[in-house]
Ligand binder design. Structure first.
Ligand code: SAM
Length: 234
């Protein structure tokens, strides 16, 4: 199977509609990613087939949860995961891709310009700093492979509107992590957690999406400074 065939079949298996130019844009993104990865550290996954499965199709599993006209924040996006594939697959939704590393944001701006995407903005900032001016702003936040759920909840939840949600991509067996974050969830305004399981097409890896629904305001004192979040997680 070619990468394009893999992508199309995988999206179909996930029930994700393939909008015009989505496959072209994803394959071009893969090309730029592999090229730039030779000179900077963007991803450990370099095989084109694995970029389709472990990056694109894994991230595409979140597409059915994207708000049609809303604004989505990707916390710690790195080389653009999960935010960039989602922005390509969901052109009606606005995306802000946030990362603390300048060179990764520079890379994402190159991808945005190359593909001519108009629904994505890449921002260089630490989440706990960005949260100061962007409280209660986003309909949804997403994140993959950034931090433990307790830490991640304190970084993301203050920026989500009441009524919005946070989708954290986790390993299949995340029950203990979700339970350990119960106190943080309660304090930060998202007491209930739902774990949704999925399998990445053609990779057969089972993964989980932890869905936190924000039902109450996050107290003003959160997020704290990063050192404090790490040393004394809620
Ligand atoms: N989400 C991407 C993925 O799944 O491939 C990248 C994962 S990488 C292991 C973690 C990323 O989170 C890094 O690019 C790092 O700079 C970013 N990061 C960690 N803490 C952050 C913070 N407090 N604010 C913004 N970005 C952060």
């Amino acid at each position: 199977m070619t990468e394009r065939e893999l992508l199309t079949a995988g999206l179909r298996e996930l029930g994700v509609a393939e909008c015009p130019s989505a496959a072209d844009n994803l394959l071009r993104y893969s090309e730029i990613l592999r090229e730039k990865n030779k000179v900077m550290n963007l991803t450990a996954i370099t095989d084109p087939t694995e970029i389709v499965t472990r990056h694109f199709l894994d991230c595409a599993a979140l597409a059915p949860y994207m708000p049609q006209d809303g604004c989505v924040l990707d916390v710690g996006t790195g080389a653009g995961f999960p935010g960039m594939p989602l922005a390509i697959l969901c052109p009606q939704t606005e995306f802000v891709l946030l990362d603390a590393l300048r060179k990764r944001i520079d890379f994402l701006n190159e991808v945005i310009a190359d593909l001519g995407l108009t629904n994505v903005t890449a921002v260089h900032a630490r989440a706990e700093d960005y949260a100061r001016d962007n409280r209660d702003t986003f309909d949804l936040a997403v994140s993959r492979a950034v931090a433990d759920l307790r830490v991640l909840s304190e970084l993301a939840l203050p920026m989500i509107k009441v009524g919005g949600a946070f989708l954290a991509m986790k390993a299949e067996d995340c029950t203990e992590e979700v339970e350990t974050a119960a106190n943080a969830r309660m304090i930060l305004g998202a007491p209930d957690a739902e774990v949704l399981h999925y399998t990445v097409p053609f990779d057969e890896v089972s993964r989980a999406i932890v869905r936190l629904q924000k039902t109450q305001d996050t107290p003003e004192k959160y997020p704290r400074r990063f050192k404090k979040i790490q040393t004394s997680p809620l």
